[in-house]
Design a protein around this ligand. Structure first.
Ligand code: WTA
Length: 635
């Protein structure tokens, strides 16, 4: 069986139509009518969607374009996303509905009604306030996939603090950089987390990162694994101790925020240099993720939703934490590995909890396909009505397996294209739209996209070009925190007035978009977004390395894998032991996901005359392809 990721997607290939039964039951807008409304009256359309939520005070202006590209949405509106995620339900029957069902890797579980979740959030918000956290403060959250992660995020938002969640799979250097850049005074972590039956020692990494992060005054530590950790007196406080003190009052007012006040920052890899903090707001972001999740996945009152993403990435922020709560849904959250203890873990939980909508990444599907159909076939998966995909293009083999084996040929696959920066789905079908495997279909209501050549002209159907977004949308990033110039330069400069996605794509005759992949120095490894610069700087921070270059090459399961080329300093010799040491070093600096698949020792790297590494040439050589135009090559 082939599960390769070769790009054999064909616009004229199979088209999957939703079953009449599904169409009859779907409660989603008629595409043409809704898209037409949004096209004719963009601000009227988004005002209508915003009115589906509660505001403390209505906005004066839906969209302020007076200082492009610093767009503002719902200007003058007063709101707090947590009011719409929790507060507004506490006086309705929904207080008794399950908001969250959680299962730990060892099989332990916890559930939270909307009432219970709100109570925990209020208590923790009171604790944050008692520790001196105020509106606008940045709080770094570095936790495993446990309910306290969601509680911490919501508690920050409730009091107007800006959360900065660092993925628990990142390590010391990545964590240190993010704490420093955000000037966090408070950090929240755990003694450890469970993954693959082993403990990930988060507190140790936090301790190491904090040796060089003077801004942090307090660390709140959740006890998850109960192993020994060092608690620094005065600085480190146990979560459970704080939550049992009178300061943890269940009465806590939600801060009234401006629609444009920051909700969170999230670091992501860009074209050059260190990861940058993408900033999202309370108002527009809330409206965008509420509406997209509602329409793309037709969430129903009695649905159980499962997004497998880690909350440390944008998919977790938008569609695990905030989106489902904004829609009053019940969501499922799992701590551990998909294959622990056996490759049927996910399928078993879909059956046990009766999951109706399942949203995951192509790399996970490819990984689980390898174990064969017998594993999912042991389980009753008939509760599934819809499936989702995100993070990278889904290859047709994986699409068809997912559709046939998991969705039993009935559940449509909602392939959602979007980014950390976009906050919400920008290209996505709804459940009633005909699907073509490997295409995320068409831009969502109110979203206008284009595909341009170098000169900025739209390319013909079927031709590849730069994917751009040509009109603003409410959940768009507002800036890069602390680096507004970079915001303008990275996203709005190549084609002034148009948002540059960094992806290349094609459009077919039906207007369907086929995203091909990144055209910049970003690599999507198993759906995780990393930058060549992070991997290279981790390598050169090792005493044996003089220079390094990283590229992404196709990989059966990961989609793309990291390959690196290393020039050693004099006095160091290539060896397998050194390769292993360098891989471990990258794991320690950035995180296990960044460990190179392959390290090749070389004497020279192809460079331009100005000294820039030509990764394109390395990539072509590694794949035995033509090196293209190399007239700018140094020698
Ligand atoms: C890629 C993840 C094809 C794309 C939400 C984008 C996709 C990058 C899809 C953003 C999809 C995401 N089809 N490619 N459905 N979804 N991508 O910021 O290259 O981690 O630019 O956000 O993932 O990655 P990020």
């Amino acid at each position: 069986m082939s599960i390769g990721t070769s790009d054999d997607r064909s616009p004229d290939g199979d088209v999957f139509h939703p079953t009449p039964d599904l169409v009859a039951r779907a409660n989603v807008p008629v595409w043409e009518a809704e898209a037409g409304h949004a096209r004719q009256d963009l601000t009227g359309y988004w005002a209508k969607r915003a009115q589906e939520l509660e505001w403390y005070h209505p906005w004066d202006q839906v969209l302020d374009e007076s200082n492009k590209p610093f767009y503002k949405w719902f200007v003058g509106g007063k709101v707090n996303i947590v009011h719409n995620c929790l507060d507004r339900y506490t006086k309705t029957w929904r207080r008794n509905k399950l908001a969250l069902i959680w299962e730990g890797e060892a099989g332990d579980h916890r559930t939270f009604s909307y009432h219970a979740l709100n109570r925990e959030v209020c208590k923790f918000a009171s604790v944050l306030k008692a520790l001196g956290t105020v509106k606008g403060d940045r709080v770094t959250i570095y936790l495993p996939r446990i309910p306290e992660l969601i509680i911490a995020m919501l508690a920050c938002a409730k009091i107007g603090a800006i959360h900065s969640v660092v993925y628990g799979g990142f390590s010391v250097e990545a964590l240190h950089g993010r704490i420093m850049d955000s000037h966090s005074k408070l950090a929240i972590t755990a003694d450890g987390g469970w993954l693959n039956g082993k403990i990930v020692r988060l507190k140790d990494m936090m301790d190491e990162a904090l040796q060089r992060s003077p801004t942090v005054e307090h660390v709140i530590v959740v006890k998850r694994t109960a192993q020994e950790v060092t608690m620094e007196p005065e600085r480190d406080l146990w979560y459970h101790d704080l939550m049992s003190l009178p300061i943890a009052s269940p009465k806590c007012e939600t801060e009234v925020m401006d629609a444009e006040d920051p909700l969170y920052i999230l670091y992501t890899s860009g074209t050059t240099g260190k990861p940058k903090a993408v900033l999202h707001t309370h108002g527009g972001y809330m409206v965008g993720i509420y509406a997209t999740l509602r329409d793309a996945f037709d969430l129903k009152e009695d649905d159980r939703w499962w997004c497998t993403a880690d909350p440390g990435w944008v998919t977790g922020h938008s569609y695990l934490v905030y989106g489902p709560l904004l829609n009053g849904a019940t969501s499922f959250f799992y701590e551990g590995a998909a294959t622990y203890p056996y490759p049927n873990r996910w399928w078993q939980m879909i059956e046990r909890y009766g999951i109706n909508i399942f949203y995951t990444a192509p790399t996970a599907i490819r990984g689980l396909m390898r174990f064969g159909e017998a594993w999912p076939n042991r389980h009753d998966l008939t509760s599934l009505r819809l499936l989702g995909s995100v993070g990278e293009p889904i290859n047709p083999e994986a699409w068809k397996w997912y559709h046939r084996v998991i969705g039993k040929g009935r559940a449509p696959i909602i392939d959602t294209w979007w980014q950390t920066e976009t906050g919400m789905f920008l290209i996505t079908p709804t459940p009633v739209v005909p699907l073509k495997p490997g295409s995320a279909t068409r831009p969502y209501f109110g979203v206008t996209a284009d595909i341009l050549n170098e000169e900025g002209q739209s390319v013909a159907d079927g031709e590849e070009g730069y994917l751009v977004i040509t009109s603003p949308w409410p959940a768009m990033l507002r800036t890069i925190y602390g680096d507004a110039d970079r915001y303008v330069k990275q996203y709005w400069s190549k084609y002034p007035g148009k948002y540059l996605t960094g992806d290349s794509a094609k459009r077919d005759k039906d207007g369907y978009y086929w995203v091909i992949g990144r055209v910049d120095d970003v690599i999507k490894v198993s759906g995780y977004r990393l930058g060549t610069a992070e991997i290279e700087s981790a390598l050169v921070s090792h005493p044996a390395v003089a220079e390094a270059a990283a590229i992404g090459l196709p990989h059966e399961v990961k989609g793309t894998a990291i390959h690196t080329f290393v020039i050693l300093r004099t006095g160091h010799n290539p060896s397998d032991a050194l390769k292993e040491e360098l891989r471990a070093h990258v794991g320690h600096e950035v995180g296990p996901i960044a460990k190179p698949e392959e390290i090749t020792f070389v004497d020279k790297l192809p460079k331009t005359r100005s000294g820039k590494i030509m990764r394109r040439v390395l990539k072509a050589r590694a794949q035995g392809l033509s090196e293209g135009d190399i007239t700018t090559l140094e020698d």
